[in-house]
Write a protein that binds this ligand. Structure first.
Ligand SMILES: [Zn+2]
Length: 383
């Protein structure tokens, strides 16, 4: 749930990530080259005034909890705070604060890790190590007047911010391909359908196969498909291999005049349906029609499993058409055509929506440039 919407989650704020990114701000400020009383107190209290102390390795039991958390950034290997801490690097000025062997100031690791044998009295150096070492060191020039400062290596200008750090940490969490996230969160799709789509793409729907995996006892241990009773009910079968459902997809594609055959794999099929309806360029209609259809397929399956829905098969296309029109009307201002036109000429409707979007963008551009001209005119009059 805490993963970004674009990466398959629901975009709920993650408190651990937020906390790490805010702690990182303190660490960054500690080495930003600006003097401060709070820094002097900390250096005196914990490091006896030695600025050159390797702060990442000095975390004692007698430190305050908050300070331990801040200095804990960069320790460990898998945790979020470790990922964050590794993004800090010294930007060398006069070199007075940088520990030559222990700090990260040239290359992507401290020199003690890049050249472990050099530190132990230059015994048994590897072939070519000397050239590598010289080449690395020669990259850095000392500047007498400049203080050493921290650089945040994950931003172009080297400046750390809590938001950038949060985004960086969030970028490491991904549970769903970006392509499917785009389908789920398309603008015409209402939120209840987005949640359904999210469960669909993560295979979290309560199919009998998934229920068995979760240890739910099914009546008579029956795991057969509720629609055709011919195979095990799992995502791939219900939405792709099941014969009555296959016919529904064919009817929907026929409504949109799409002739292509569908792949024999559920995600390939999603791709084909969305691409077939969109036809060459991306619109949010493809995701809407796909999700409405999948939603009604699942609704139909539920009716059958719970002993109803005998005649729903005849009405499913009508339901898909009316519900998609209803949701489109609610979300799209350019939807000025009638329901009959939507059923009979969906491609013309799509053209009207695309044209309306284009007109709207042109209007906004014209409006903005007219505004600029007015402002310039007013400015020249004042001058
Ligand atoms: Zn089936």
């Amino acid at each position: 749930m805490c993963v970004d919407k674009g990466r398959g989650g629901l975009g709920v704020a993650d408190l651990e990530r937020r906390n790490c990114s805010l702690l990182g701000k303190w660490w960054f400020r500690l080495g930003d080259g600006v003097e401060g009383l709070w820094k002097r107190i900390l250096w005196e209290k914990y490091y006896g005034g030695r600025k050159e102390a390797d702060i990442t390795s000095v975390v004692n039991w007698n430190m305050s909890g908050v300070w331990k958390d801040i200095m804990g950034l960069g320790r460990g290997s898998e945790r979020l705070d470790a990922m964050l801490g590794k993004g800090f690097q010294w930007k060398v000025g006069n070199g007075s604060c940088v520990d030559f062997w222990h700090d990260k100031w040239v290359g992507d690791k401290p020199l003690r890790i890049l050249f472990p044998r050099w530190r132990r009295g230059c015994v048994g150096r590897g072939v070519g190590e000397e050239e590598q070492f010289r080449e690395l060191i020669n990259r850095v020039r000392l500047h007498k007047e400049e203080a050493d400062t921290w650089r945040w290596i994950h931003s172009g200008d080297g400046v750390y911010s809590a938001k950038r750090a949060y985004d960086f940490l969030s970028s490491k969490c991904c549970i769903l391909d970006e392509k499917w996230s785009r389908v789920i969160w398309a603008s015409y799709v209402p939120s209840k359908l987005s949640v359904f789509g999210w469960r669909f793409f993560l295979n979290r729907l309560a199919t009998k196969d998934n229920l068995c995996r979760r240890g739910v006892a099914l009546p008579g241990g029956n795991v057969c498909c509720g629609l055709c009773h011919e195979d095990v009910e799992q995502l791939q079968h219900v939405f792709c291999h099941c014969k009555p459902v296959w016919l529904v997809w064919m009817k929907v594609l026929g409504w949109w005049g799409v002739q292509s055959a569908l792949p024999n794999d559920v995600f390939g099929m999603v791709d084909a349906v969305v691409a077939g309806i969109n036809g060459g360029s991306w619109t949010d209609l493809g995701p809407l029609i796909f999700l409405v259809t999948a939603w009604y397929v699942w609704f139909w399956r539920n009716l059958k499993v719970f002993g109803a829905g005998e005649r729903f098969e005849e009405r499913i296309l009508d339901s898909i058409q009316s519900k998609s029109f209803f949701w489109l009307k609610n979300k799209e201002q350019g939807c000025s055509f009638s329901y009959t036109y939507w059923i009979l000429r969906p491609l013309e409707c799509k053209k009207a929506i695309v044209q309306h979007g284009r007109n709207l963008r042109n209007y906004k551009r014209l409006y903005a440039s007219a505004d600029r001209v007015q402002v310039q005119g007013a400015a020249s009059m004042l001058l």
